[in-house]
Design a protein around this ligand. Structure first.
Ligand code: SF4
Length: 180
């Protein structure tokens, strides 16, 4: 039986954290604005909403994964109180990030390696799909040309979307707002 090495496990950590949060986040069924301070919102109004968000986070089953993901993503600024993640304010997240700087740098490096490999694989798959003949067999049946073409177009769209998402995330981390 193939066993995953600790290095391989580290490289899959980010995807595991994200799917854990996606599957169980309490905020997914609440008003998402609750976790963000509105423009020009008074301190008193924001504190009330912030407390409500923190109470929901306190009972969230995926809070630990959410915290680790927020730290890996670099969420929160030391002097900007404008969001809540995993029950922490922005300055609180920044303080935890500073305290765990060495561990997080290693985690971010592993995340980047993972993305790089994903990007290589997806790009190869996209090139292969572009070069392939859409008039092919599926489950032993030859598909009519229009169905085969539609299936190939859909596959190309999915691959292109996945590549775009990874590139956008990488560019955002490098300081670009959006992918060109
Ligand atoms: S801990 Fe809070 S911010 Fe994180 S997923 Fe849960 S409810 Fe959302």
């Amino acid at each position: 039986m193939h066993r995953m090495t600790s290095t391989q496990a580290r490289h899959t950590r980010r995807a595991v954290l994200q799917s854990t949060v996606d599957a169980g986040a309490r905020c997914a069924t609440a008003d998402p604005d609750l976790w963000f301070r509105a423009d020009d919102e008074s301190d008193a109004d924001w504190q009330t909403r912030r407390t409500t968000a923190q109470r929901i986070c306190a009972g969230c089953p995926v809070r630990a994964a959410c915290e680790e993901l927020a730290l890996r993503n670099g969420d929160g600024e030391p002097d900007t109180d404008e969001l809540i993640r995993a029950g922490y304010t922005g300055p609180e997240l920044a303080a935890v990030r500073t305290a765990q700087a060495v561990r997080l740098a290693a985690a971010a490096e592993a995340d980047r390696d993972t993305e790089g490999r994903q990007l290589d694989t997806l790009t190869t798959e996209l090139h292969d799909a572009l070069a392939s003949n859409p008039d092919r067999k599926e489950a032993g049946q030859r598909l009519p040309s229009d169905r085969a073409q539609a299936a190939q177009n859909n596959r190309l769209r999915v691959l292109a979307d996945q590549i775009r998402q990874i590139r956008t995330a990488r560019r955002a981390r490098a300081g670009w707002g959006v992918a060109a």
